[in-house]
Design a protein around this ligand. Structure first.
Ligand code: F3S
Length: 277
């Protein structure tokens, strides 16, 4: 069996930056609270909890004057304000690419555009972007969602950073006929695009791809989707013991890809486990 390791692999610069900030804060303060999971990877979250991280679901649960970490997906201005009112020290791990999408949405809203965010409405990043339009933006995930969208004078579009470019393009092309003026910002981050491109290449070069990443990681789910669409036999695993023996049978060249929130140590564990077979 030969393994073809895709590049780039694992943590993107935004997640690495956020985790570095969080680890530094854990060293300085001992206890740090995170609003929701700081990273969409359960194994890495377990490690951070062992260092003193505590997860809370809502800003109301934060103790007065505690230290709170804002994850790479960002949060809404409203939640930030509530944390400040509680006297919290804020460690801002929002990825600069997410900040860019938030700023573009804010700008479009302030300039009177009907704002459309392309993404998953339940995803925290999308909620943080929508929050920058005072909750007025509409969230859509495919061109079908905008087919019946009413015509407007000015429509502005931004995207969740982990979307596929094809989805953004198809939505923008439908909206083009619905606005006198359309302003679209491609806020998909390069780290996402490069990882999707890697999976396309692996699909052409291998007999199957193992994608490593958390089940709740959108960018990992997109990699799985891209691989399958390219006709590859894709196995999505969150940790080494999920490697399915029957999937490996009769495969001689296997590609390895990982989501932007998958830590290096977990990728190495998977590679070592495969090598030992
Ligand atoms: Fe940022 Fe892109 Fe990573 S938005 S967190 S660099 S996937």
């Amino acid at each position: 069996m030969r393994l073809v390791i895709g590049k780039p692999l694992g943590f993107c610069f935004g997640v690495k930056r956020a985790i570095d900030k969080l680890e530094a804060a854990l060293k300085d303060y001992g206890k740090v609270y995170a609003l929701g999971s700081p990273i969409h990877n359960e194994e890495e979250v377990k490690r951070l909890i062992s260092l003193g991280l505590e997860l809370v679901e809502a800003v109301e649960e934060l103790p007065q004057s505690s230290v709170v970490f804002i994850r790479a997906h960002g949060t809404t201005p409203e939640i930030l304000e509530k944390a400040r009112e509680k006297g919290c020290t804020i460690i801002d791990g929002t990825c600069p690419s997410v900040k860019n999408a938030q700023e573009k949405a804010r700008l479009l809203s302030q300039e009177g555009y009907e704002v459309i965010v392309v993404g998953d409405p339940k995803h925290p990043e999308v909620q943080s972007i929508k929050g920058c339009t005072a909750g007025r933006a509409s969230v859509v995930s495919s061109s079908k969602d905008v087919t019946d969208f009413p015509s407007k004078d000015k429509i502005g579009v931004v995207s969740q950073t982990t979307q596929e470019e094809g989805t953004l393009l198809s939505i923008v092309s439908v909206l083009l006929r619905k606005a006198r003026e359309l302003r679209a910002y491609n806020t998909i981050c390069k780290a996402t695009l490069h990882r999707q491109e890697t999976v396309r290449k692996l699909a052409a070069e291998t007999e199957g791809i193992i994608v490593i990443g958390g089940r709740n990681s959108t960018n990992t789910a997109k990699l799985v989707e891209v691989g399958k669409r390219e006709g590859s036999d894709v196995l999505w695993i969150a940790k080494p013991d999920e490697i399915d023996k029957s999937w490996l049978e009769n495969k001689h060249i296997i590609g390895i890809a990982a989501g932007a929130s998958t830590p290096d140590w977990l990728i190495n564990d998977v590679i070592n486990s495969l090598s030992s077979r």
